[in-house]
Structure formats: C-alpha cells, structure tokens
Design a protein. Structure first.
Length: 249
C-alpha cells in the first residue's frame, strides 16, 4: 500500500494535467471517499504537506485538495487522524497559503492550478477539523485575499470559491460577531491610503472576493443557508466595496 501512496504522490506532482487531475486526483478523491484508503490517511496527508515545498507549482496547488479529502473522510472515521497531526498539517498549510506566489487559475500547458481556490477548499475543511482555529482561519483567508505581492487577478472564479469557503466557515458554530467580522481588518488596512489610478491586482482581488462574499451572505448557501452574523459581515464588506464604488446604497 505504501507503494500506491508514493505512486499517487508522484502522479499528483505531474505537469501533465491528465495524469495529475483526471487520473491521480480523481482516483484519490474517490478512493478516500469510499474508505478504500482509510488505513493510509495519515500517509496521504503527510505526502500532501511535503508538496507545499515542491519547486513546481502544480505539485503545490494540488496538495490542499488531498488534505481536504483526508480531513473530510476523518470526520466520518473518528480516530483515523489524530488532532496533533491535523494541527501540524494546518501549520504547514498556513505557511504556504498566503505566500504562494503563483495564483493563476489556469495554464495552457499545466491545466488547472487554482492555488487560491484549492486552498480555499482546504480552509473550510480545516475549520471543521479545528474548531478553536476558526477565527484564525478566517484571518488566513484575509491574508490570502490581500496579499500585496499578488501579480495575477482572479480570473477563474477564485473569488467565488474563496467567498464560498469564508461563508462556510462563518456557518460553523461558536464564532462571535467580533470574530466573524474581525478578519476584514486585514483587507481594510491593505486598502488604506488608496487613491485614483489603476487598480493593482491585489486590490482587484479584494474587491472581487468581497463582492462574491456579499452575494453569498445575502443569498446563503444551498448546503448551509445564511450564517448567523451574515448581516454584520456583509455590512462591513460593503464599507470596503464603497471605496471603489461610492454609488452603492
């Protein structure tokens, strides 16, 4: 079985999108969901975390998808992955996610990369696995949105995926209103002092994500509804959206 994990890890790092996405990730997700890899969940997670330091972008950006699969299966198989291991995985993920320099959604040669969207999926899984870290995870999402060195605009619905993850985290129980809104201090601070002129990629990403978030907070999610503090979060997001769009009521 260890040979299978090693082979999947190699395929999940492949620059060939057919090998990486259509074959390796599709098989991994299905086998984990079906319980066929229950005895190897820690090994799968460890291999994924190791890829956060991989020199090739596609290897890094598919790692959080595997962690999401493992953490989701862990909910259904108590004891399969201990809490200390999840904490360690989260620490590695939290170092990588806001710092990943290549945030392209798609590359004509490599296929889907989706660092932002795949990472967003993982944040939602970590929020379920680590209830005490939910406010910190919201802050992590904020630091990804507001990364000042971002060179790429969100073009492949990364903003919607990130907004969906944030809305899902806000649906988790136990957050106070201050915790539900406090993460918005990060983009607010990043936008301080802005003025006329071209909108840099990082600012565009903030505004695009907040627009998507406002819609989702207003409409709710199919699988969860409207978060408890949706109105307060939406109002705070709207304050920031009025910076480029002062005509908003």
């Amino acid at each position: 079985m260890r040979e299978l994990i090693d082979e999947l890890a190699a395929m999940l790092s492949s620059p060939d999108p057919v090998v990486r996405d259509d074959q390796a990730y599709t098989a991994t997700a299905q086998w984990v969901r079906e319980g066929r890899l229950d005895g190897q969940l820690i090994a799968l997670g460890e291999a994924a975390v190791a890829r956060f330091d991989h020199p090739e972008v596609q290897a890094r950006t598919f790692a959080p998808l595997v962690l999401r699969c493992v953490l989701t299966r862990r909910q259904e198989t108590p004891g399969a992955v201990d809490q200390a291991t999840v904490q360690r995985w989260y620490a590695a993920f939290a170092r990588w996610y806001p710092a990943e320099p290549d945030t392209r959604g798609w590359d004509d040669r490599l296929g889907w990369l989706h660092a932002v969207a795949h990472g967003a999926d993982a944040t939602a899984a970590f929020a379920r696995a680590l209830p005490g870290h939910r406010a910190d995870i919201l802050d992590l999402c904020a630091r990804r949105i507001a990364a000042a060195d971002a060179e790429q605009r969100y073009l492949q619905l990364e903003d919607a995926r990130l907004a969906r993850a944030i809305t899902g985290i806000l649906l988790e129980p136990g957050l106070t209103e201050a915790e539900a809104t406090g993460w918005l201090d990060v983009p607010a601070k990043a936008l301080e002092g802005g003025g006329p002129g071209p909108v840099p990629a990082w600012a565009f990403n903030i505004f695009a994500t907040l627009q998507a978030l406002h819609v989702q907070l207003t409409r709710g999610l199919v699988d969860g509804g409207v978060p408890p503090h949706a109105e307060a979060v939406a109002d705070r997001a709207l304050e920031l959206l009025r910076l480029p769009c002062p005509w908003l009521a």
